[in-house]
Design a protein around this ligand. Structure first.
Ligand code: SF4
Length: 305
């Protein structure tokens, strides 16, 4: 196998699956485990579940880059992805193990924390879909975190869960800002359309009604001319989650690991000159205009309930 990422392959056996998928080099590997104990920000959950390692979206502020296997891959964040090929098989085994110890309590699972479960390679691998099918059988309480409209592919599975929340990540209402901070990610229009499609497609007569959140995290600038349209398109969502890009009062990893995002803040001085005030104004707008929607901040917003 071509040693594109020297230092990684020597320690962990992976094999090259494709030359490229989009701009990403794609690898496969057999994992030892798939459910990881949840800690830190999402300590309310039992496990995190990441079907892939690496993420083709490569957002400029992504803290997950810090967990890359080596410095070269960290610098090349967004241009590689590793497929955990035995994920579904492992998940079934690990959930059986959980229920042997906790027969009456389903585990809380957060999918995903350091990758996007619906990044482009999922169209081909369908790994996330295979995990959902396993989970339907074992009934965990699941949160799906994504910024991909591909999530609508699995709407038919969502109503078969006992408990499920879908978090759509939309950190700004301005497409120009999105293109600066996360140029490889899907358009805002496609994401808003996707979450509204899920809301419209759910039939309470046909099963469980999933909860729907929009996570504006980190809260990036939204231009004044885009504000009204953005807020209107959030109407009807159960929950909005906010989190300041850089909160000096916490040890948030957000944006601390990627210089690109920090440099971009210079371009948006009209927002960042007084980030605290910009954020508070935005929060107040949401609260006033969307009184029927729960607006939560930081860790509190990422809980299931
Ligand atoms: S989609 Fe999420 S995991 Fe992927 S690069 Fe962006 S912030 Fe990171």
């Amino acid at each position: 196998m071509e040693q594109l990422y020297e230092g990684y392959c020597e320690q962990t056996p992976v094999h090259r699956l494709h030359e490229r998928f989009g701009t990403a080099n794609v690898y496969g590997r057999t994992s030892q485990s798939i459910l990881n104990p949840a800690t830190g920000y999402i300590t309310a959950y039992d496990f995190t579940l990441n079907p892939y390692r690496g993420c083709q979206y490569g957002c400029s502020y992504c803290y997950a880059a810090a967990f890359s296997p080596n410095p070269k891959m960290r610098r090349d964040w967004g241009n590689w992805v590793i497929v955990k090929e035995n994920a579904a098989e492992l998940l079934a085994k690990e959930l059986q193990g959980w229920y042997r110890k906790h027969p009456d309590r389903p585990p809380y699972i957060y999918m995903s924390t350091v990758t996007d479960p619906y990044q482009p390679i999922e169209t081909q691998k369908k790994l996330t879909q295979s995990l959902l099918e396993v989970m339907i059988e074992y009934c965990p309480i699941l949160v799906i975190q994504t910024r991909s409209p591909m999530v609508t592919r699995d709407i038919p599975l969502f109503q078969r869960f006992k408990k499920l929340r879908v978090n759509m990540s939309i950190p700004t209402g301005s497409e120009t800002v999105r293109k600066d901070f996360e140029p490889q990610s899907p358009s805002l229009k496609a994401r808003l359309h996707a979450i509204q499609t899920i809301a419209r497609s759910i039939d309470p007569e046909k099963g469980y009604v999933p909860k729907l959140s929009v996570t504006i995290t980190p809260t990036l600038p939204t231009r004044a001319e885009d504000m009204n349209g953005f807020v209107e398109r959030l109407r009807g969502i159960d929950r909005i989650v906010l989190q300041r890009f850089h909160d000096p009062s916490t040890r948030s990893l957000v944006a601390t690991t990627r210089d690109d995002a920090i440099a971009l803040k210079q371009k948006y001085q009209w927002w960042y000159e007084d980030e605290c005030q910009s954020y508070e104004n935005f929060k107040a707008t949401l609260q006033q205009r969307l009184p029927e929607t729960e607006v939560l901040e930081n860790q509190q917003g990422f809980g299931y309930d």
